[in-house]
Design a protein around this ligand. Structure first.
Ligand code: WT7
Length: 646
């Protein structure tokens, strides 16, 4: 660890004096957790107030704000208009080609109402599922909130996922409608998007309608039976819609994430508790001042960060935010800083992989722009290395801004562990402290707290409002994945390793299961292995995440080719074909960085692949202890016979 890790960065006196949260909040939450969360829930408009704050009697299924009713979309748009803030910009949308659109809260309310009316016309009602496969367009936000308004669940599928991945998610949730766009801009080019939907729904019998936003004007195939243009159906709708209040535990959305097996899990979130924690954390962790701040979260709406910190948290808080359609280098590597300067962004939230990419491009690029408006910086998705933290603070934060390193997961719904920007003396690389109202521990295999200086597994030992309410259609997997490891203690097992430093601050150390973290995206090793073995040339495959200076981890695959094909298929083109095959099966983010052709895979006597040894090979280390291998000569064979393609 570098020396940077030992530095401390306390907030300035001015910042601390104006901060939304002081350290008094910890004590307040500890004194009476439920009263604390009830106070946070009062940030929202409830049609009917809850009776009980938390019902944990059916653990691990929590009920928060029992018998309370609310409409999530009303909370994110209408009530700000009713409070006199209809003219405030909700979204400064910036298109990749440079077009832009400012959407006020009054317009947001009208657009969401129109979209809700359109979806209702297409037969969508409470409890139905709607798949959303869109680029970063305002229509993505309108669609999500329109579902929430109707009590329908959205299942947003990242636009970078393949047709195959989209199909499996549509089928798992039995979605009725899919909302997409003709195409999407990627680094100056219009790329097809609807084509993937056409392919996906060929075998998705639940889909009745495809609603298509025209973004790029590229050619699309049209099927009159189910395809409808957004501008034909939505634009002619009335711009008012009366929201109905739903139960606090009414399902809000499903979001798929990778687990340790091949099949992605549909993480289920509900309404009142989720929105409460989204709003509270967004207010507290980012120190949001809705009247003056311009907030920007660079995530895609297809990930949970986009759900909670682009749509629900900021809009529930009446924030003004930037949404950017494109990549950070389109058309040039200063694009983010140009946007910060243009809109006077004050709060900027991104991922370590993006920061490391900026480091690679060079500090002279941000130096060309006026970044003096920035006052809080955030990081999410993977542990941030102290060097990247320091670079971020110095080159983006003018050596002045607090940085919040926020640990959370798709499953937790909202931030759980993070510094408070006005109260914490930050340590580069450490997420430090569970937020007021949240409880987390580092424990050993028996569930005993390891105490300062100790290392082990991260657990959440008390229920929290935004916690997942299950895995769609798979209760057993829900209990098994998160609650079986420490069943007697009732701890939620996060899947992350962690340690405490001598001060008792937490350091997150990455996944302890077979889940990789590539550019902050979760991809399971088994998912990529299944994709590889679905190719006719592959007999067996093993995949590991090898450390990568930019993306955190890179995907390295070891494959055994089928008899006879080894010679011709081992060549560069054949390996390139395999990489493309994975991209087609899952999406470009899952493309292996490198594929190595091997004669054997290292397995234990019980047949389990020893990924640890393969990781040694992938990271060019001396291979570790091989005594538990069924055949200890395998590793020699692998090292001698390597045939690699990158
Ligand atoms: C996994 C969750 C939460 C939104 C983005 C990812 C890792 C996330 C941090 C952080 C260290 C982090 C963990 C976690 N992770 N944030 N600040 N420090 N690790 O959501 O795809 O559900 O992934 O990301 O390993 O388990 P996700």
């Amino acid at each position: 660890m570098s020396n940077a890790a030992h530095d401390r960065f306390a907030p300035s006196e001015e910042f601390a004096a104006q901060a939304n949260a002081t350290s008094a909040l910890y004590g307040q939450a500890d004194a009476d957790r439920e009263a604390f969360w009830a106070e946070q829930a009062s940030r929202l408009h409830w049609d009917q107030k809850w009776g009980q704050v938390l019902d944990w009697s059916d653990a691990p299924y929590a009920k928060w704000f029992v018998d309370g009713t609310l409409n999530v979309a009303y909370n994110c748009a209408d009530r700000h208009v009713e409070a006199g803030n209809g003219d405030r910009v909700a979204i400064h949308w910036e298109g990749e080609p440079g077009d832009s659109r400012a959407i006020t809260y009054a317009e947001l309310q009208r657009e969401v109402s129109r979209t809700a009316n359109a979806l209702a016309e297409l037969g969508v009602g409470a409890g139905d599922r709607v798949a959303i496969y869109l680029p970063m367009l305002p229509e993505a936000v309108f669609s999500m909130l329109a579902c929430a308004r109707l009590g329908a669940m959205h299942s947003v599928v990242f636009g970078g996922f393949s047709a195959e991945a989209l199909r499996s998610r549509i089928n798992d949730a039995e979605a009725k409608v899919v909302i997409t766009a003709d195409g999407q801009y990627r680094r100056g080019k219009a790329m097809p998007l609807k084509a993937g939907v056409d392919e996906a729904i060929a075998e998705a019998p639940s889909i009745q309608h495809v609603l298509v936003v025209q973004r790029t004007g590229i050619d699309v195939q049209w099927n009159d039976a189910h395809d409808k243009w957004w501008h034909d159906v939505v634009d002619r709708q009335p711009d008012t819609h009366t929201p109905q209040a739903f139960d606090s535990e009414h399902p809000l959305f499903i979001l798929y994430t990778s687990g340790t097996t091949g099949k992605p899990k549909g993480i289920l979130h509900t309404s009142g508790g989720y929105l409460t924690q989204a709003a509270y954390t967004h207010h507290t962790v980012f120190d949001l001042k809705p009247d003056t701040d311009v907030y920007w979260c660079t995530a895609d709406i297809g990930w949970v960060t986009g759900h909670t910190y682009i749509v629900y948290g900021p809009l529930a808080n009446g924030a003004t935010q930037v949404i950017y359609e494109g990549t950070p280098n389109a058309p040039h590597e200063g694009r983010h800083w140009e946007i910060v300067q243009k809109y006077g962004v004050t709060i900027y939230y991104t991922a370590p992989t993006t920061i490391r990419t900026f480091m690679k491009w060079g500090a002279e690029i941000p130096a060309k722009y006026d970044l003096s408006s920035l006052r809080v910086l955030g990081s999410v998705g993977e542990p941030i290395n102290p060097e990247a933290w320091i670079w971020y603070r110095k080159n983006i934060g003018s050596d002045r801004t607090p940085i919040v390193d926020t640990w959370w997961q798709t499953e937790t719904g909202a931030i759980m562990i993070s510094p408070l920007p006005g109260a914490t003396a930050a340590k580069p690389g450490s997420a430090q402290t569970p937020l007021p109202g949240i409880s987390a521990k580092v424990v050993d295999e028996n569930g005993t707290d390891v105490g300062p200086g100790g290392g082990g597994l991260l657990v959440l030992d008390k229920p929290w409002p935004a916690m997942l309410r299950g895995i769609w259609g798979d209760d057993e997997r829900y209990k098994d994945t998160y609650w079986s490891k420490f069943a007697d203690l009732g701890f939620y097992f996060a899947g992350d390793g962690a340690k405490y430093d001598a001060d008792g601050d937490m350091w997150l150390l990455g996944r302890v299961d077979d889940v990789m973290n590539v550019s902050g995206h979760r991809i399971s090793t088994t998912e990529v292995e299944s994709a590889l073995v679905s190719h006719p040339n592959v007999a067996e495959a093993a995949v590991v995440g090898a450390s990568d200076p930019t993306t955190g981890q890179g995907i390295v695959a070891f494959v055994i080719l089928r008899g006879g094909v080894a010679d011709e298929a081992g060549g560069e083109t054949a390996l390139a074909e395999l990489r493309d095959h994975v991209s087609k099966e899952i999406g470009p983010i899952a493309k292996p960085r490198q594929i190595m052709v091997v004669p054997e895979l290292p397995k234990t006597r019980s047949g389990k692949i020893m990924r640890r040894l393969l990781r040694d090979v992938a990271e060019n280390r001396e291979v570790g202890d091989v005594t538990t291998l069924a055949d200890s000569s395998v590793m020699d064979l692998i090292s001698q016979g390597l045939h690699t393609g990158a």
